[in-house]
Design a protein around this ligand. Structure first.
Ligand code: GLN
Length: 448
């Protein structure tokens, strides 16, 4: 009840939530109270209020992807992560705003409304999981789930001064996550601190055969990992992430963090990731290509929006529906993706991009032979003003320069607060080898 009161007080300003789940949440809380009163022992996260990004399916609770296309869509089933939250007794507070279909870096691409940064209401919260990050920072939920295809958990976490983790590809089931780019998408925690992050990851990481890319790997005890100290860890620094385009205060924050890690007994080594320079171009072929295919299902027939206009045939139905239902960024991605996949261009663009993706992955494999994790900025600067980057899509894409390689390599990445610039938080990113979440959490906890 306290959280809903807090939401009433601050959400008219922050606008993190698309849908609230108040009646259901209160009923669940009362039920937990009754079980407690009977002396029952509840799991550790029981009763904790959590916010869920609105591209994660919740049975009976509207799931919009912040798109007109799904504005009235009520899923018939829960995503695997939602089943896990419910099994842990957690309470879903509501569904949070995002860039439409998770395409964007500021939440300004939401077809519903813009979410604001709790540190500065004139600034963006980052994106695409801007609603989740803002909700946690503004005290409108204790924890949140986001999704990350090219930085969408980590960059909003950085901009809102919270912790965000994109797990290894295959660590968390994508079952019930509305697909953007299936080979890059992962669900992960957005939390106030590293301990919460470890707890939430523990709750959602589990093999699930309904996601064919989910990997059957034992799940370590992440909380236990926090108890080991940072001493002896080898932290890699890559010049490719520290040069041009990164603001001076952000560079300074990385330097300060290096000092902290050294003081904690870590060893700092130089690594090189030469293919980083091609990452942005590669990502903006692969992600739109997969999106164009995934979004083909919104045709006005199966579910979602359907044009109310009189149509002469099915092609006209598809066209009118999609014209009305998708916003400009989604249309842009579908066009780029369809072009890159079309016959005659496939080899030149999509195939090439996949080859470069392999080189990026090999860069990391090589680097992790001489270090345990890599420290970079999460974003080139701090949260920018609302409206300042909406005119030029390329400028918005540059936001993702530090975060997208992680998705392309399938490795885990964690963003944690590492200082301030002009009163707004700076995010530091830790990248680790596949299934290295425990090491990332351990280093982040030591730093925190
Ligand atoms: N900003 C990136 C994009 O627009 C990443 C989005 C995401 O991770 N979902 O594609």
């Amino acid at each position: 009840a306290d959280f809903f009161r807090r939401i009433e007080a601050v959400d008219p300003k922050v606008r993190a939530y698309v849908t609230l789940n108040e009646a259901e949440a209160m009923a669940q809380a009362e039920q937990l109270d009754r079980r407690l009163a009977k002396g029952e022992k509840l799991p550790p996260l029981a009763g904790i209020p959590i916010a869920v990004k609105d591209n994660i399916s919740t049975a009976g609770l509207r799931t919009t992807c912040s798109s007109k296309m799904l504005e009235n869509y009520i899923p018939a089933y829960d995503a695997m992560v939602i089943e896990r939250l419910k099994a842990a007794g957690m309470i879903i507070v509501g569904k949070t705003n995002l860039d439409e279909f998770a395409m964007g870096s500021s939440t300004e691409n939401s077809a519903l409304f813009v979410t604001r940064n709790p540190w500065d209401l004139e600034a963006v919260p980052g994106g695409s999981s801007g609603g989740s990050a803002a909700a946690v920072r503004a005290g409108e939920a204790a924890l949140a789930l986001g999704s990350d295809t090219g930085g969408s958990i980590r960059q909003p976490a950085a901009y809102c001064g919270v912790v965000g983790l994109k797990p290894t590809y295959g660590r968390v089931s994508r079952y019930g996550l509305i697909a953007f780019a299936s080979s890059l998408d992962q669900i992960g925690p957005i939390t106030r601190d590293v301990t919460d992050c470890a707890l939430l990851l523990q709750a959602i990481a589990q093999y699930d055969k309904r996601d064919s890319t989910c990997i059957d790997q034992p799940v370590p005890d992440y909380l236990q990992a926090l108890k080991q100290d940072v001493k002896g860890l080898r932290i890699g620094l890559a010049q490719e992430y520290l040069g041009e385009g990164i603001s001076a205060p952000v560079q300074q924050a990385v330097n300060d963090a290096v000092r902290v890690f050294r003081d904690l007994g870590a060893e700092v080594v130089d690594v090189s990731l030469p293919y980083t320079q091609y990452a942005l171009a590669t990502y903006y072929i692969i992600a739109p290509a997969e999106a164009s295919s995934n979004l083909a299902r919104y045709d006005g027939v199966r579910y979602g929006h359907r044009t109310a206009e009189e149509v002469s045939d099915s092609v006209a139905l598809f066209m009118k529906t999609r014209k009305e239902g998708f916003g400009p960024e989604v249309k842009r991605r579908i066009m780029i993706g369809t072009y890159a996949l079309s016959s005659g261009y496939y080899d030149a663009y999509y195939l090439k991009a996949q080859q470069v993706r392999t080189l990026i992955r090999e860069d990391f494999n090589r680097a992790f032979q001489s270090c345990d994790l890599i420290l970079t900025p999460t974003a080139p600067s701090v949260a920018f003003k609302i409206g300042s980057k909406t005119k030029d899509p390329l400028e918005m894409y540059l936001e993702d320069i530090c975060t997208i390689t992680c998705n392309m390599a399938g490795i885990p990445g964690l963003s944690l607060p590492g200082g301030f610039d002009q009163g707004k938080p700076i995010g530091l990113q830790l990248l680790g080898p596949a299934f290295g979440e425990a090491t990332l959490l351990r280093a982040a906890y030591g730093f925190e």
